[in-house]
Design a protein. Structure first.
Ligand code: HSE
Length: 399
């Protein structure tokens, strides 16, 4: 029997405990051994829950118990998760985590410790909720040079944008609904401002290039400034607004960005709605692949965490190589990347045409106090310079 400890009895931790019990028989068969939760670490007590007899408040009990072979970290945030996880690994306990903040910041170091100790540090649930993407990148797509990853990596914002688009709902109301469904982070700013997606694309880029990508260096914009008027323009153009996290191999290295984009119906991510996540991958041998599924929430995330636990049990005392070194990757300057830009300005069509000569004017019935237009493809740098000359910009969304 393999004894494990779960750190945190919140949405994910309680999901892991629930699914281990619910699918006990098949999980035991697949792992080749029974997995039993010995401790659950939480600051709180759960008096009317049978879990209470496993609750501990002191991490030392877990760290010093030699019977514990696997620690599941489901607390979120960098500290104390980092201190606890590092201590577990140093004590020879493998770790499975759903914590993208921890993995993005300290992944390389924790992977190194696991390798030295011939154990495993696994983090499938840190990106894309229940969608397998870490394992495919680490073991299935290893013949390829991955040239592009573009993903809808945040369930909360995709849920919000879908509701705003389908039902014309208000931003604040849809955020409350996403929180109630257990999709959002403890502080939803991380979702709506793109920080969560930023950490996830940093993790994917690190895995693809084998080096440390500092998430602080990824240009990141969220959805908090998207309005019902923007959605009207998108619909008029047959486009949808999605928060996309992108990482591309370029002549100068890798370029990464998180930003809302107005995508056409032909785009592979156009039909990804609600809490679903999807990750488009282009490899130089494979061509295109898409990974699609439940991107957030208690049970999908628990599914990925438990798959990691099973893998750990199957590889006790044997490290599965993850090629992610602590050597830093310098990202190329995002201002050199190019795209089309959708812009709304208080200036007239004539004034727009003087500066953006090839602009495609977008007219939406009922909106007559501004000019909406799509630029031709241009660099970020050139757009910025032209937009400053035009002035009175109300909105810019990349297309
Ligand atoms: N808050 C995250 C999301 C949870 O909405 O996608 C899953 O990482």
């Amino acid at each position: 029997m393999i004894k494990i400890a779960v750190l945190g009895y919140g949405t994910i931790g309680s999901g892991v405990v629930e699914v281990l019990e619910k699918n006990k028989e098949s999980i035991t068969k697949r792992a080749g051994d029974e997995i039993s939760v010995k401790y659950v670490l939480d600051l709180r007590d759960f008096e009317n829950d049978p879990i209470q007899k496993k609750i501990v408040h002191d991490y030392n009990i877990i760290a010093e118990d030699e019977e514990i072979a696997v620690v599941v970290e489901a607390m979120g945030g960098v500290e104390p998760a980092y201190t606890f996880v590092k201590r577990a690994l140093l004590a020879g306990k493998s770790v499975a985590t759903s914590n993208k903040a921890l993995v993005a910041k300290h992944g390389a170091e924790l992977i190194d410790i696991a390798r030295e100790k011939s154990i495993n540090f696994m983090f499938e649930a840190s990106v894309g909720g229940g969608i397998p993407i870490i394992r495919p990148l680490n073991s299935s797509l290893t013949a390829d040079e991955i040239e592009e990853i573009t993903g809808i990596l945040n369930g909360t914002t995709n849920y919000m944008l879908t509701k705003m688009s389908n039902e014309g709902s208000d931003y604040a109301d849809v955020l409350k609904e996403a929180q109630a469904k257990g999709y959002a982070e403890a502080d939803p700013t991380a979702d709506v401002e793109g920080h969560d997606a930023c950490r996830k694309i940093a993790i994917l880029t690190s895995l693809v290039c084998g080096r440390q990508v500092d998430f602080e260096e990824i240009h990141t914009e969220g959805i908090s400034k998207i309005t019902a008027t923007d959605i009207k323009y998108a619909k008029q153009m047959g486009r949808a607004i999605k928060l996309l996290a992108t990482s591309r191999k370029t002549e100068n290295g890798y370029a990464a960005m998180v930003a809302p984009r107005m995508i056409t119906a032909e785009h592979p991510l156009y039909n990804v709605n609600g809490v679903f996540n999807a990750i488009f991958v282009h490899g130089n041998v494979l061509g295109d692949a898409m990974f699609y599924g439940s991107g957030a929430g208690k049970l999908p995330t628990a599914s990925a965490v438990i798959a990691d636990i099973i893998d750990i049990v199957k590889h006790l005392h044997k490290n599965i190589l993850v090629a992610w070194s602590s050597k830093k990757l310098e990202l190329s300057d995002y201002e050199k990347s190019s795209c089309r830009f959708f812009v709304r300005t208080a200036k007239s069509e004539e004034e727009v045409k003087k500066i953006f000569t090839d602009a495609e004017i977008i007219r939406v019935p009922g909106i007559d106090d501004e000019t909406g237009f799509l630029t031709q493809e241009m660099s970020e740098y050139d757009y910025k310079e032209a937009a400053e000359r035009l002035g009175e910009i109300r909105q810019m969304i990349r297309a």
